[in-house]
Design a protein around this ligand. Sequence first.
Ligand SMILES: *Cc1c(COP(=O)(O)O)cnc(C)c1O
Length: 444
Amino acid sequence: MCQIGREYLEMPVVKKIAAAREIAWVNPGLVPWEEALSRLGIGGEDIDDAQERLKRFAPFILKCFPETKDRGGIIESDLAVIPSMKEYVNHLCKGAVSGSLLLKKDSHLAVAGSVKARGGIYEVLKHTEELAVSAGLLTQQDDYSKLASDACREFFSQYTIQVGSTGNLGLSIGIASAAVGYRVVVHMSADAKQWKKDMLKSHGVTVVEYASDYSEAVKNGRRESDADPKSYFVDDENSRNLFMGYAVAARRLRGQMEELGIAADARHPLFVYIPCGVGGAPGGIAFGLKELWGDHVHVFFVEPTQAPCMVLGMATGLHSGICVQDVGLTGQTHADGLAVGRPSGFVGKVMEPLLSGEFTVDDWRLYEYMRALLRTEDIFIEPSACAAFEGPLKLLQSEETRKYLEERGLMGRLGEASHIVWATGGSLVPEDERKAYENTILKP
Ligand SMILES: *Cc1c(COP(=O)(O)O)cnc(C)c1O
C-alpha cells in the first residue's frame, strides 16, 4: 500500500518517473562546492584516512591476490581514451560530444571485477584492522602481510561477515573475507545471477537466496547478523566505510588524468557519469571527485527506468522514505547491479548539495551500448555498467541539462571538456554469459 503523500506523486518529475519514461533531472539543491562541504560533516581527511589504510594493507593484498602485483597491492583500474566509441556516440547524438570521451575501467578491477572492489574490500579490511589491533595481533606500524599467516587466519575464522547483495557486492565482500579467513554469509536478492552464487560457493561462502528484492535481502541479513555478537554486517544502505573506500578512486584518477594530459579546471570542465543502484559506489566516487575538482566537475548518475530509486529519493527529498514500488514501478531491470528499489538515505543526503543531476535509461539501450563498445573498442563491460553511456548521449539532447550548461556558461567550453563514463563491472562475467548478453536484443 502506498503511503506517499499526494503532493509528491503530483510533482511533474515524479509523474514522468512513474510512467517509466527516460528522464533527465537537474538537481535544484546543487550549491557551490565550498558551501556544500561546510554542510556535509565529512571531508578530505576522511578520504586521507581510507587511502592510508589501503596503503597499509597493500602488502597483505599483494600476498593474497598476486594479480595486484603490477600496482604493488593497490587495487586500481585504467583510464582509457575511447575515440571509436566516441564516433559511435556522436553518430547517435549528431556530434554532440566534442571534447574527449574516456572510460574508467572499474569493470576490470582486480579481485572482484567491479566497482565493488573499492568499497567492499575496503570495509572488510577496516574491520579486520580493528579486530586485529584490539586483539593485540597487529599495530599500524607492522607489515600487514603478517595477517595472512595461519595463526591470524585461525583467529579470524571465529568471526562472521554478512552482507545483502544483488550480486557484485557479495562477490567483492565474499572473496575478500574468505581471503582473510572469515566465515562469510551473503544474502542474495532474486536479481542475483546464478554464476555469481556459484563463484561465491567455490570460495567457501554460504549463499542465502531470496525470492524477493534487494531491500528484503539486506533486511534479513542485517537481522541475522545482529543476532550474533561475532558477526559483522556490511550495510550497503547506510555504510560510511563503503562510501570512503569508493571515494579514494578520485585521488587515483587525478594521476591518470595528468598522465594523459587531461585538465579539469575553469577552462576545461569535467563531466562524469556513473551507474547508480543504492548509491554507495557512485556517491562515494562523486564525493571524492568534488573534493578534488570542486565546481569544475559535474557528476551525473544514471539509473534504469524501472529502478530509479536515487532520483526518486532526491527529487522528492524523501530519500530512503520512498521506493520505486511506491510510484508503481516494478524495480525489475536487466541491469542487475542497479536493481535497487530504495536508495541509501545516508548517500542521498550527502548528494543533495553536490550532485549535478541524473538520467534514466531503458534496458534495451544497455545491450546496444554494450555491443557498440565491444565492436568499436574491443572492451566488454556488463549491461549495468553500460548505463553510464546515456550521460554523454543525453547531456546536450535534454532540455534540462542544456539549461544547466547554459546557466553555467559551459556551452562555449564543451570543445575543451572531458567526459568520463564510469564502467562499473564486467571482467568476471563468464564466457557463455557474455555470449548470451551479446545476443540479447530487447524491443525499444
Ligand atoms: C553495485 C553496482 C553499481 C552501483 O553501485 P551502488 O552502490 O549500488 O549504487 C553500478 N554498477 C555495477 C555493475 C554494480 O555492481
